[in-house]
Design a protein around this ligand. Structure first.
Ligand code: SF4
Length: 83
């Protein structure tokens, strides 16, 4: 399979569970790759937001790249949680 990454590729593309979890949803995967992973909207990906704020291990498998409400709630809850 050809590598479709570009210079804008997200640095966690090889570790992001979104693709494995959504295997078979080809149109969704193609769109996410085009807009977020390989596009210039990486910083607008909800999964990337959680990765940046909390770390890769805190990115829920089920989090969709366009679900900013869930990402913001998760980040807020983690930051409020007692250490
Ligand atoms: S879905 Fe988001 S976090 Fe995952 S590789 Fe694409 S841009 Fe990065």
């Amino acid at each position: 399979m050809a590598d479709s990454r570009t210079e804008h590729s997200c640095e966690i593309a090889d570790k992001c569970s979104f693709f494995e979890r959504n295997e078979g949803l080809n149109n969704t995967i193609r769109t996410v790759r085009k807009i977020f992973c390989n596009g210039q909207q990486k910083n607008h990906c909800a999964r990337y937001e959680v990765y940046q704020q909390l770390g890769l291990d805190k990115v829920p498998e089920e989090l969709m790249p366009f679900d900013h409400l869930a990402a913001d709630s998760l980040v807020e809850a983690e930051k409020k949680a007692p250490v």
